[in-house]
Design a protein around this ligand. Structure first.
Ligand code: NAP
Length: 487
């Protein structure tokens, strides 16, 4: 049975921050796509909440503009009849009675409260939901990132939310986990006999995880400058990807079976702190340059502050201290204003132990499995073959290439489509458990502390380049290169 044919129970989905960028650009289009696939029961309601004084029709008009390109207008109008709006300031008393009356008192009805607002509002919103008993029964809460800016603030949010919603009702979203390729990583690893015997330090040379963006900080400068690349990307998305690559086979896909295994990986990460951060990490900040064919300003000009020490690029070498992975480097790099927008995991296998081919045949390249998360999700397995035809035995390194869109003739669903319906179904497998968030902060915190203690500014790099040259040196010191396929 395909995902699009699996029905869900009727539900109410309330989006706090319903007029915001995430809601309008991602959440509503995702819901609309699920509606078009017939997965949203007709009695379900989607409710936008924000302070702006709008009514249902005003909100629908805003959404119509954002969704109109997706499909024929007639279907859009039907969808929008299931969308409502209530003006509410999460910090004030007014409006909550009306909101609670609108939602109604039916604890068995699925009610999803998606907190797509600044995290500063999470506690106020949850407290109100608790006060009106909207946390009971089949209610669930979805928390957007960032969950805190360090371990202490993450604990504060989790403690406060935890007073109102149980852990099983709390869905901490990391949309990378909803990407088709990431789920496919589970299937490739555990649905094929081929990979698992090789999936260890005896056969894998190193792993690279790249999340590269071409955009600068744009209008998110105020948020970003308080966060930086390590908090914004590494502590959450990239560590989650690392866990999916490195975890032991879970006994099943039951939520805690998978999350227990991910947690063990996080606990096994070797610490990076004052003693080794200078060797194992590189931070950068972009300067003016050329991105996607146009001249772009540097981070200081975009931010309007030339004293910022916030990193817009990180490269680091992580290691997992356990039997499976001891000695295998995991290189992570992420940055803004890089030459291309690409997210991928590249697993490089060890060289063959002995070459039987003459030097004339060419060099024997190492096998590499590349899982691309965006753009064009897919998997490439690089193999060495004989160059076809006469002319002697010449070696060629070629990919077995499976672009999902080409192979299956369908556009891959956005990660939010999958994850939103998982929340409705109450399936938290692809969401972060509290102890995972804490373990990730426990590892990332000492890196941030080491950077602060060093007092060093991030290294400048030109917009449109692959980051500071020190990032190249970081990996080349170990005799490896960044995966050129992605560059
Ligand atoms: P945004 O565009 O600034 O939207 C914020 C929303 O919250 C607006 O609808 C705003 O509407 C509403 N809001 C603000 N104060 C409120 C209050 N006191 N009571 C009720 N509603 C209030 O932010 P965003 O980019 O959508 O991001 C939302 C959250 O998702 C943030 O935590 C962000 O870090 C996270 N996130 C965003 C993205 C993304 O791609 N945008 C990606 C990952 C995570 P009013 O001003 O009218 O109240």
């Amino acid at each position: 049975m395909t995902a699009s044919s699996q029905s869900v129970e009727p539900f109410d989905l309330v989006i706090f921050g319903g007029t915001g960028d995430l809601a309008v650009r991602k959440l509503l289009p995702a819901l609309f796509h699920r509606f078009l696939d017939g997965q949203i029961p007709a009695s379900s309601r989607i409710v936008g909440i924000a302070r702006e004084a709008l009514d249902d029709n005003g909100y629908r008009a805003q959404l119509r503009e954002a969704l109109v390109g997706v499909c024929a207008a007639a279907q859009l109008d039907v969808f929008l009849q299931q969308v409502f709006y209530l003006p509410l300031d999460a910090r004030k008393d007014e409006g909550w009675d009306d909101f609670a009356a609108f939602i109604g008192n039916q604890p068995d009805h699925i009610r999803v409260f998606y907190l797509s607002t600044s995290p500063e509002l999470f506690v106020d919103i949850c407290n109100r939901l608790g006060q009106y008993k909207l946390n009971e029964g089949a209610s669930r809460v979805v928390l957007e990132k960032p969950i805190g800016r360090d371990l202490a603030s993450a604990n504060q949010i989790n403690d406060a939310v935890g007073k109102v919603f149980s852990e099983s009702q709390t869905f901490r979203i990391d949309h990378y986990l909803g990407k088709e390729t990431v789920q496919n990583l589970l299937v490739l690893r555990f649905g094929n006999a081929l990979f698992e015997p090789l999936w260890n330090s005896a056969h894998i040379d190193h792993v690279q995880i790249t999340v590269a963006e071409t955009l600068g900080v744009g209008h998110r400068g105020t948020y970003y400058d308080r966060a930086g690349a390590l908090r914004d990307m590494v502590q959450n998305h990239m560590l989650q990807l690392l866990c999916m690559v490195a975890m032991e086979p879970p006994s099943s896909l039951a939520p805690d079976a998978v999350r227990d295994e991910k947690l063990k990986v996080l606990h096994s990460l070797k610490p990076i702190d004052d003693s080794n951060a200078a060797q194992l990490t590189v931070r950068g900040q972009y300067r003016a340059g050329v991105a996607e064919g146009a001249s772009v300003p540097g981070y200081p000009e975009e931010l309007g502050n030339n004293k910022s020490n916030t990193e817009t690029f990180v490269a680091l070498k992580a290691e997992i201290a356990n039997w499976r992975w001891a000695g295998v480097p995991f290189y992570l790099r992420t940055g803004k204003r890089l030459p291309s927008r690409v997210s991928e995991i590249a697993v490089t296998f060890k060289p063959v132990p002995h070459s039987i081919f003459s030097a004339d045949a060419g060099t024997l390249a190492q096998n590499r499995l590349v899982l691309r998360l965006q753009p064009d999700e897919g998997v490439k397995l690089w193999l060495t073959i004989k160059h076809p035809g006469p002319g002697g035995l010449r070696l060629r390194h070629v990919p077995l290439d499976m672009s999902f869109a080409e192979a299956f003739g369908v556009q891959q669903p956005d990660a939010y489509e999958r994850l939103l319906l998982d929340v409705v179904r109450g399936n938290p497998t692809l969401f972060m458990r509290r102890d995972e968030v804490e373990a990730a902060w426990r590892w990332a915190g000492p890196i941030l502390a080491a950077w602060t203690a060093s007092g060093e500014a991030p290294r400048p790099y030109t917009a449109g380049s692959w980051g500071p040259s020190a990032a190249v040196a970081l990996i080349e010191r170990d005799g490896h290169t960044w995966n050129e396929d992605s560059e």
